[in-house]
Design a protein around this ligand. Structure first.
Ligand code: FES
Length: 311
């Protein structure tokens, strides 16, 4: 862009643009939010809670529903829109005259819809790394406080104590907003719930790539290999077929080459996601995204070649 664009008018504009480009420095909330993941003081609570959630008598199908495997991404962020939307709307109505009944209904809707949202969040939380678990626990405490305050708010409103109900509601909205901010940090900064295999198609070029002599890979066992910046899981079957997937699990980057193989699938050693070796499909969660898979062939020189399988 020509500098003439900025030469007219005020001299402050380039400075403003520089400020936008460079940013104001470290975001003020980054340090405290980052610190949550380092709060070892939370570990005595994290361990038993995590174990309790993992021991809940739920079938693997129910757990997959909670994780959102059927949706292709975590269900929790979608469900939290319901209580947050209802509670924010109730907060606005509480500022207006003649809206008691509508605000009461919205607070009740928020309390009811917060329960499935909490269930999906707890299921996802119990399958995270330690720093994420710490941040997630604080997120859960904030949102639980919001649920408690809104439940009390609803009870007060139903008893006709409107002013108290509104005050409790504003307290709940503050707690819910704090929980949402921490949840955003957990999802975007700490990448909980993100598909860790998403970069693979951008790191592997098109066409066939040579991996190494096929005889170097033991029959009936899993091994790892490198394809540029991408780690591969290579599983050579007794039938002669060679199955190749991206090695780092789409859930939280667990090494699939160290997992167990049975019935044509590999199970991640970290949280138990199961992927079909033939095409990478995630037949069992908590992973909500499939694993990038590769077509394979063996050249005349005995070298294994792979090509990224198109979705
Ligand atoms: S890293 Fe969690 S299931 Fe693989």
């Amino acid at each position: 862009m020509s500098s003439d664009v900025f030469s007219k008018g005020t001299r402050q504009r380039p400075r403003l643009l520089r400020a936008i480009e460079n940013g104001p420095g470290r975001p003020p909330l980054a340090a405290p939010l980052d610190a949550l993941g380092r709060l070892r003081v939370l570990d005595p609570a994290v361990g038993p809670l995590r174990a309790a959630v993992r021991k809940l008598p739920l079938s693997s199908r129910t757990r997959d529903v909670l994780h959102g495997r059927w949706l292709g991404h975590p269900l929790h962020p979608a469900l939290v829109q319901l209580p947050m939307g209802a509670w924010m709307s109730a907060g606005l109505l509480d500022l207006l005259p003649g809206t008691r009944r509508a605000a009461r209904v919205l607070v009740g809707v928020g309390v009811l819809t917060a329960l499935p949202a909490a269930a999906t969040g707890a299921a996802d939380w119990a399958r995270l790394h330690q720093p994420q678990l710490r941040t997630g626990l604080v997120h859960g405490l904030a949102t639980s406080a919001a649920l408690g305050l809104y439940t009390a708010s609803l009870a007060a409103r139903l008893r006709g104590r409107e002013c108290k109900g509104r005050l409790l509601g504003f307290g709940g909205l503050t707690a819910a907003g704090t929980g949402a901010m921490i949840g955003g940090h957990l999802a975007y900064r700490q990448a909980a719930g993100a598909n860790k295999a998403e970069p693979v198609p951008y790191l592997v070029g098109p066409g066939w790539h040579r991996v190494g002599k096929v005889d170097a890979f033991p029959v009936g066992q899993s091994a790892s290999a490198s394809l540029g910046e991408v780690e591969l899981l290579v599983h050579r079957e007794h039938s002669g077929a060679v199955r190749v997937l991206a090695n780092r699990c789409s859930h939280e980057s667990g090494p699939l080459s160290e997992g167990t193989v049975a019935d044509g699938c590999v199970t991640c050693p970290w949280h138990g996601s199961t992927f079909r070796l033939s095409d990478g499909w995630n037949v069992g969660g908590p992973a909500t995204a499939p694993q990038p898979g590769f077509e394979t062939r063996v050249g005349d020189d005995g070298v294994l070649e792979v090509r990224l399988r198109q979705p």
